[in-house]
Design a protein around this ligand. Structure first.
Ligand code: ZN
Length: 252
């Protein structure tokens, strides 16, 4: 069975969840991780994981959701949430240098603090890195994030670069730090990314959809859902020239 290692399905209307889980099961996606993006959202992810046996939770504050420097109180609350028995990953945390993103120092401080929380609970770290899209020559988000991960020896905890969309050199750096590469639907349409996937060892690859509510897509059937992990797995199987069942029972 397949695992969708990164979603935000706790952000959907609760009435949607049963259907999404059913459609995922029909596609062979047995387990789903719901990652929080704020403290409140992390609590929602945990509540969902308490309700459904095949959903597990991630906790964290997404860098784009920081409204102030991370506080001692935030850290204490996250530390408590991270100890919950249904929490299996520290996520979604990371670095986001989009033009309107929060202060970069706040982001770096929050990322490091949350990696320390992950260490307290021995949780893998599934991280977000997004560059300033107008300047894709300097890769400042990438270098800030990777140096924090390296300085804190976060690779010891394991985890993955979520929604990976980079070249092989970047993938190699992530792998050398001790993390896996998490591919999502961009793999279906990017020949460059497909070339990267061919070179990344199979046991260093995990899959995800990053599903969240997409009301901007008028046709509900077109929203990305955990079931789409299967499409990503099928694409990867084809690229690697192996049977789909080799992805079964994969873990973060
Ligand atoms: Zn996400």
């Amino acid at each position: 069975m397949l695992i969708d290692i990164h979603t935000h399905i706790q952000q959907h209307d609760p009435s949607e969840v049963d259907g999404m889980i059913q459609r995922a099961k029909e596609a062979g996606v047995s387990t789903i991780i719901a990652a929080g993006t704020t403290i409140e959202d992390s609590k929602k992810a945990i509540a969902l994981a308490e309700t459904y046996s095949n959903i597990f939770a991630g906790v964290g504050i997404h860098p784009a959701d920081l409204e102030a420097p991370i506080s001692r109180e935030d850290i204490n609350t996250l530390n408590e949430l991270a100890g919950h028995e249904r929490v299996i990953v520290m996520s979604e945390i990371g670095i986001d240098f989009m033009p309107k993103s929060p202060d970069h120092d706040w982001q770096e401080e929050a990322f490091a603090a949350q990696i320390e929380i992950a260490r307290n609970h021995n949780l893998p770290v599934v991280f977000h890195i997004r560059e300033h899209l107008d300047d894709l020559t300097r890769f400042e988000a990438r270098s800030a994030a990777l140096s924090i991960l390296a300085d804190l020896d976060a690779g010891e905890l394991g985890g993955a670069a979520h929604y990976f969309q980079g070249d092989y050199d970047y993938a190699r750096k992530v792998l050398d730090l001790g993390f896996k590469i998490s591919f999502a639907k961009p793999l279906l349409r990017s020949p460059e990314l497909q070339e990267v996937a061919k070179r990344v060892p199979l046991d260093s690859i995990v899959l995800e959809t990053d599903s969240y509510p997409q009301p901007f897509k008028k046709n509900r059937a077109r929203w990305t859902e955990p079931k789409d992990t299967r499409q990503v797995a099928e694409c990867l199987a084809q690229l690697k020239n192996i049977p789909l069942k080799q992805f079964h029972n994969r873990n973060v």
